[in-house]
Design a protein around this ligand. Structure first.
Ligand code: ZN
Length: 375
């Protein structure tokens, strides 16, 4: 069973969620900081003070992780991509977008925003650290800001490793994509390197754990193994969905198009349509044509706005959507591209025209639902 992440806040109109796996990590972090890290570096405080500082440090660390994801999300929004939500989970954070970037430039800018934000926090905590030692002379504040500056620096550097799904892998893919002009090949390479890095982390973790002298070493080794497994899983599922999308890209409109329900002559009246066509064909849309030349597409629900007494004088030509680039595709058009046309033209239907401009088929969104080609 998979539990849905809990919605905890909304920032910049983005829902922020935390997964259940995130909670034990937070508790473990509070514990490690309050019981080991702080008492080790800072003696003579009340136990309660260590716990309060531990909670504060943990809060700031996870705000830093959140800030990293918000960095990605805000740049993605500036690139015109809708953001669904940000989820904090066991291994960090994840921002979900409506779709991937459409250009290597956009991909690069979105990917680089997260590590840039982390670098910025590292610098900010470093400056606060200088301030706490030189101006306020506060040992606890210096210790915490030092810890947070280092954590953010590590977060930025780790995410810059050049393997997908890490940010560095996305940057690497954007670079290859711009160089080769081939998104698919660039993705395969970035994912391949990502799998390599994942196995490297697993191997490193095993080595670390086997040679561990302290429980902290053992913990670090186990953590490295877990992160490696996590990255390997994400890279593997990315590889599979990429393969699927790549196959999808090879399917053409000609492979799935149907005959049009009926071709309506433009001079037909709405009265005739209601009496002769709508009684026979159950279709939301009809292509309008003469001599198999497309004149437009009629959207049947749009006729509801037309008063009954005007049906006899109104012709289809007056109420149809006249022919425009989003109203037709070609038999050779890749199916995923046709799907985008169908979703964007507000009709959910498109005519298929051959090279001479004659109607040879018809495609609707229902055709995608009725078979397995839905992207
Ligand atoms: Zn990131």
């Amino acid at each position: 069973m998979r539990l849905r992440p809990i919605h905890v806040a909304t920032l910049f109109r983005i829902p922020i969620r935390v997964s259940y796996g995130w909670i034990p990590v937070v508790l473990l972090h509070v514990y490690a900081v309050s019981v080991f890290y702080l008492p080790h570096h800072l003696q003579g405080f009340h136990p309660f003070a260590y716990w309060a500082l531990g909670v504060g440090t943990t809060l700031l660390l996870f705000l830093s992780v959140l800030g990293h994801e918000i960095g990605h999300a805000l740049v993605a929004r500036a690139e015109g991509i809708r953001i669904y939500d940000i989820t904090l989970h066991l291994f960090g954070g994840f921002a979900r977008f409506e779709h991937e970037a459409y250009s290597p430039g956009a991909e690069f800018r979105i990917a680089v925003a997260g590590p840039s934000a982390s670098f910025l926090y590292a610098v900010m905590f470093f400056l606060l650290n200088q301030l706490s030692t030189s101006v306020f002379d506060s040992r606890p504040a210096a210790l915490i800001t030092n810890y947070l500056a280092l954590s953010n620096l590590i977060l930025a550097l780790f995410n810059l490793l050049p393997g997908f799904p890490l940010d560095g892998g996305r940057i690497f893919r954007a670079w290859l994509w711009a160089r080769w002009g081939d998104y698919w090949r660039a993705s395969r390479w970035a994912i391949g390197v990502g799998q390599g890095i994942a196995y490297l982390l697993i191997g490193l973790g095993v080595f670390w754990a086997l040679r561990a002298r302290t429980s902290a070493d053992l913990f670090a080794g186990a953590w490295s193994i877990l992160i490696g497994i996590f990255l390997r899983d994400v890279a593997e599922s990315s590889r599979l969905s990429l393969k699927q999308a790549d196959q999808m890209r090879r399917i053409r409109v000609a492979d799935v198009m149907r005959d049009p329900p009926a071709l309506l002559p433009p001079e037909m009246t709405v009265e005739e349509l209601a009496a002769r066509v709508l009684t026979m064909y159950r279709s939301r849309t009809f292509p309008v044509s003469r001599d198999r030349r497309l004149h437009g597409i009629l959207l049947v629900p749009a006729l509801q706005a037309l008063p009954r007494e005007r049906w006899a004088q109104t012709t289809i030509r007056e109420v149809m959507r006249p022919v425009a680039p989003l109203l037709f595709v070609h038999p050779e058009t890749p199916l995923w591209e046709a799907h985008r046309v169908l979703r964007r033209n507000g009709l959910g239907a498109t005519a298929v025209l051959d090279a001479n401009g004659y109607i040879v088929g018809y495609l609707t969104l229902e055709d995608f639902r009725s078979d397995a080609h839905t992207p």
